[in-house]
Design a protein around this ligand. Structure first.
Ligand SMILES: [Zn+2]
Length: 293
């Protein structure tokens, strides 16, 4: 990685927005938590509440990028710093490249252009989420907005054709756009492992890229561990690998249409466990046994 930061007034805008976005996130998390426990609230009202909060956070996030430049395509727009104009074009072009196949696979067409925010360095990207500087994400989806690390900051190649090819096949756009699809189709009603498994599944399908060849990824996590505490699992590459394996198992044994049936039921407010029982006739333990068996 080769972080490259801009020295201009936009840095302050991003810093301020990071703090405010954190405050909005806390409010949103509290709202979602409360909604989940108040079972008397009808599903439609909960879904409507989630949509409202997500769209509010999305709007606020975009307002905070007012000092940045903007490029627009048919289905996306990207906010970026002047020095990242070439990267912004590549990001937009790549997003459009994956738009049609992802929309066709999920049968859903998001209304309006999807915002993408381009970050010059991983430090800048991580700061927006309060992550450690050594976090190495190259893309993040949160609340209707895709954030991407500028390709030139993590692709160690100066040939534009190579950069383009690497960003297309190993970049974050197909993965993050899939997260957006799952979020919009389910109204936020999904387990973390499921959206990570789906995003990797779609990414592999469209680009051939997968994490599973990483060295040091041995052992296994149970479905229960993944369901209860996906983000807290200490070996994240392993957790991601297990999430993909679970999705591949469901797709292989029951067909991709079952994955979409699960997503449809989540969108109707069903819990993941009930949807699993409905379409696979299994609970998490049963899925675990079938997968390992
Ligand atoms: Zn992901």
């Amino acid at each position: 990685m080769n972080p490259f930061t801009e020295q201009n007034s936009n840095v302050d805008i991003v810093n301020r927005s990071g703090i405010l976005i954190k405050a909005v996130k806390i409010l949103a998390a509290a709202f979602v938590l409360i909604s989940a426990f108040i079972w008397k609230i009808p599903v439609a009202a909960r879904t409507c509440g989630y949509w409202t909060v997500r769209e509010a956070i999305k709007t606020y996030t975009i307002v905070c990028t007012m000092g940045m430049e903007k490029l627009t395509s048919d289905h996306f727009y990207v906010k970026f710093r002047p020095a990242n104009r070439a990267d912004a074009r590549l990001v937009l072009e790549t997003a459009e490249y994956f738009y049609r196949p992802v929309v066709e696979d999920f049968g859903y067409n998001p209304r309006g252009r999807v915002p993408i925010i381009l970050h010059s360095s991983k430090e800048e990207l991580n700061r927006n989420f309060g992550w450690e500087a050594n976090e190495s994400a190259i893309g993040v989806y949160y609340s209707g907005v895709i954030r991407a690390l500028a390709p030139q900051s993590w692709i160690d190649d100066r040939d534009p054709a190579n950069v383009r090819e690497i960003f297309l096949t190993a970049g974050p756009m197909a993965h993050e756009y899939t997260h957006l699809m799952i979020d919009y189709l389910t109204g936020g009603n999904y387990p973390r492992w499921f959206t990570e498994g789906m995003a990797q599944y779609e990414e592999y399908k469209l680009t051939g890229f997968r994490l599973s060849d990483q060295t040091g990824v041995f052992g296994c996590y149970t479905m229960k561990e993944m369901a209860e505490n996906f983000d807290g699992l200490s070996n994240q590459p392993l957790a991601y690998k297990e999430a993909l394996a679970a999705i591949e198992y469901i797709a292989g044994e029951y067909g991709e249409k079952t994955l979409h049936s699960l997503i449809g039921s989540l969108g109707n407010g069903m819990t993941f466990e009930n949807a699993l029982q409905k379409y696979l006739g299994l609970d998490y333990n049963g899925l675990e046994k079938c997968r390992r068996g």
